[in-house]
Design a protein around this ligand. Structure first.
Ligand code: ATP
Length: 384
């Protein structure tokens, strides 16, 4: 079984080829980092154009690196949501074309079973966990999963493939968005996204020096909020007269120190919020599934070393183990799509290729918004 995975849900055009035994044959990502810097975030129309320009080359390169031709593929998996519809369309069109010419099975992304072969974006991110399941053979369902990225903050209990209970989500911004804005306001180099730049600068700062309050202290649930912390950071930066237009590389050592203190203090509180929510979620998860042994963390922010160290302590206290994907699989990538495809294919969740005579007109229901799993009742009743 060999599956090509295609990912275009947001700002990275990615493709990968994975074997049914979990071997990654190739992985290619074309980043839109320059556009992010130019437009100060993801501009859907620009992102769509960039995907359209990159997609053929990315897929070809993935096949070349895997030393395969399209004819060797058993199936093609593609993300259909959630994400930006304009961008999702590019990946779906590409996968349709591939499936049609190959007559291989089609891996639409659907989390809820049915006739689709592939998974939704969030399912895919937790699919990295299934990939880990392969590398680290002792990871078994059920497990608790934390997804921390630019667009999502999610705590879900994964009972089984495609069967999740949502314990918490963000009520406004996700943690990655807070890292990105902090980086921007501190005048950091955004070419490789804000998170790594803040993490690096935070190493030089005093994490106790700026007093930020931890979000949602009065809410005894597992939801997240980063909008208020973002505002606190912006005000702290303004009150220190930090000018984002002056890149950190051109500042005095005193000014650099001031920026590092904000970065470190922000990171400490942002991660403390994660720790508190995970601690509570572990309690809830153990009530529902007493056999859970792992907290699996995925999404771009999972590559942050401070996040990993702090969450390690939380899981140890609760006699669980922390599982994180390698950093290259933390952000958007084709491997997680391809691997989701493998999983769904193996249990018969896939579609035949689109009609050969009219692949262009083949319509698939994109799901720009697509919640993952049912919401846990305690999450609703115990909110304050
Ligand atoms: P989603 O796919 O969930 O809609 P996304 O495409 O932004 O959102 P990812 O590609 O998984 O998500 O992650 C990108 C985010 O991860 C960015 O916000 C980035 O700043 C953050 N990030 C990456 N590395 C780090 C790091 N070392 N520390 C903190 N944040 C990081």
């Amino acid at each position: 079984l060999i599956v090509l995975g295609i990912e275009t849900s947001c700002d990275d055009t990615a493709a990968a080829v994975v074997r049914g035994n979990g071997e990654i044959l190739s992985q290619v990502v074309s980043s839109q980092a320059d556009l992010l810097v130019k437009y100060g975030g993801v501009a859907p129309k620009m992102a769509e154009e960039a995907h359209s320009q990159a997609i053929d080359l990315v897929v070809k390169e993935a096949l070349n690196k895997a030393n395969l031709t399209e004819r060797d593929l058993s199936a093609v998996a593609v993300t259909v949501g959630p994400g930006l519809s304009l961008c999702l369309r590019v990946g779906v069109a590409e996968s349709s074309e591939n499936c049609w010419s190959l007559q291989s099975a089609h891996c639409w992304c659907s989390p809820h079973g049915g006739s689709c072969f592939s998974s939704q974006h969030l399912d895919r991110k937790t699919q990295v966990n299934y990939y880990i399941l392969l590398i680290e053979r002792d990871l078994q369902f059920p497990f608790l999963a934390l997804l921390i990225s630019g667009g999502h903050n999610l705590l879900v209990l994964a009972h089984n493939l495609g069967h999740y209970t949502q314990l918490g989500t963000t009520i406004d911004d996700a943690i990655g968005e807070a890292f990105d804005k902090t980086a921007k306001w501190l005048g950091l180099d955004m070419r490789r996204s804000g998170g790594p730049a803040v993490e690096e600068l935070a190493l030089e700062g005093d994490a106790e020096s700026v007093k930020f309050s931890t979000p949602m202290q009065q809410h005894k649930d597992c939801n997240f909020s980063y909008a208020g912390l973002k505002t606190q950071v912006r005000l702290a930066i303004e009150s220190r007269n930090i000018d984002a237009k002056i890149p950190i590389s051109s500042t005095s050592s005193q000014e650099r120190n001031s920026r590092a203190n904000v970065a470190a203090s922000f990171q400490r509180v942002a991660v403390l919020h994660l720790e508190e929510r995970c601690e509570r979620a572990i309690g809830w998860a153990l009530k529902i599934e007493p056999s859970i042994k792992h907290l699996v963390v995925s999404g771009g922010v999972a590559s942050n070393k401070y996040v990993r160290t702090q969450l390690e302590q939380v899981v140890k206290k609760n006699s669980l183990q922390l599982v994180c994907p390698p950093p290259c699989l933390c952000t958007d990538n084709g491997v997680m799509v391809a691997w989701t495809g493998v999983e769904h294919f193996c249990v018969g969740r896939f579609d035949p290729p689109p009609p050969a005579n009219e692949p262009e007109d083949f319509v698939f229901d994109l799901r720009p918004r697509w919640p993952l799993g049912e919401e846990y009742a305690e999450g609703r009743s115990d909110a304050r």
